[in-house]
Design a protein around this ligand. Structure first.
Ligand code: AQP
Length: 332
């Protein structure tokens, strides 16, 4: 079975609809006929300052949400990145293969460091995409299910894999991004030309999976649309309406065309009201399952430990090959 790997940062109390529809939903589906490794990226989280207590809590909240959405620890290795030391170890080796200018070209770093000025960004934030390459390459996956915003990082990962393979010996598989076009970029509800993002969206623009369902419904009903009245999928001309149709289709499994037909001759109010109901029906049981899982933290840490055991086995084997090829003297 082809292997897949992906990760998510524990940097909010809740995942949002962009994370879920852009990436996490695919994680669940891919379990069927792939061998998945999914991790909670706490090493990435500390590229910006975190409160230790909050970070620890959010890691467990992330695990509970992944289980609640259908990640099955019997089929997927689900683990916390810092419990697999090979990530940081391979990260260093790959940093030594990365050009400074190459790292500088990463648009996410440019965007994120632009906020406080480059001087205030950590070196960790700068080298983040290289650690991400290590996260991926350790598991030699075939596919990496992510949203569109990660495409450039995936390209860097492939470049580094190729460089290592060429300089030393074929060691890494070149992974393919697995990006579902329809939901690759879920937009902010208040600014539908921007992506829904925890650091950039206003509270009204972002739907959090663990929000009070009624609050999420209200956000959908207040989503920005346009001054036209026709319900039509047209991301260029009608980004707000198109985003609502995308979310609607993804949550119900219906096609955008079928929705356009259903809503022909009807107003934006109807679309928003009915999508708000779909959202409530979806998030209510998800939230209940997550909160129930959070009642038993011992169980969560046990699941994560078992996942880390599996991950360590695979990651250590790759790291051994890497260290040997680089020329390190192996211990005994
Ligand atoms: N708006 C989005 N549409 C589609 N996919 C998205 N992803 C994030 N936002 C969208 C995908 O979610 C996965 C987890 O990404 P992450 O852990 O890196 O989360 P993030 O990028 O920190 O999420 P944000 O909200 O985008 O954070 P900030 O604002 O800090 O950058 C990834 O596969 C990502 O593509």
């Amino acid at each position: 079975r082809p292997r897949v790997l992906s990760g998510i940062q524990p940097t909010a109390d809740s995942f949002h609809f962009g994370n879920y529809l852009g990436a996490l939903r695919q994680w669940v589906d891919l379990q069927e006929d792939h061998q998945p490794f999914f991790f909670i990226a706490d090493l990435h989280a500390i590229t910006v300052e975190q409160d230790p207590k909050v970070l620890r809590d959010r890691c467990l909240r992330a695990a509970a949400q992944l289980l609640a959405m259908g990640i099955d620890p019997e089929r997927s290795a689900i683990f916390i990145q810092s419990q697999v030391p090979a990530h940081a170890q391979l990260g260093w080796v790959l940093q030594c293969l990365t050009g400074f200018g190459e790292a500088r070209r990463m648009t996410q770093f440019k965007d994120k460091s632009a906020k406080g000025g480059e001087g205030s960004a950590s070196v960790g934030l700068f080298t983040y995409p290289v650690l991400q390459a290590a996260d991926i390459l350790l598991y030699r996956p075939h596919y990496v299910p992510v949203g569109e915003d990660q495409r450039q990082h995936l390209e860097l990962t492939r470049d580094l894999a190729q460089r290592f393979n060429h300089r030393y010996k074929k060691t890494f598989r070149l992974p393919e991004p697995y990006i579902l076009k329809a939901t690759a970029k879920i937009a902010d509800l208040q600014d539908p030309t921007a992506k829904m993002s925890k650091s950039a969206s206003s509270p009204a623009g972002i739907v959090e999976m663990l929000d009070e369902p009624r609050a999420s419904a209200k956000k959908i009903r207040s989503a920005v649309t346009d001054s036209d009245t026709v319900i039509r999928f047209d991301p260029e001309e009608k980004p707000g309406v198109s985003n609502l149709l995308t979310i609607y289709a993804a949550l119900t499994g219906r096609s955008v065309e079928a929705l356009e037909e259903d809503y022909s001759g009807r107003g934006y109010g109807d679309l928003k009201k009915e999508l708000a109901e779909v959202v409530v029906d979806f998030v209510t049981p998800f939230r209940e399952r997550t909160l129930a899982l959070l009642e038993d933290r011992t169980h969560l840490t046990e699941v994560l430990r078992r996942g880390a055991d599996l991950a360590n086995e695979v990651a250590e084997a790759t790291l051994r090959d890497v260290y040997e090829r680089v020329g390190f003297v192996t211990a005994g």
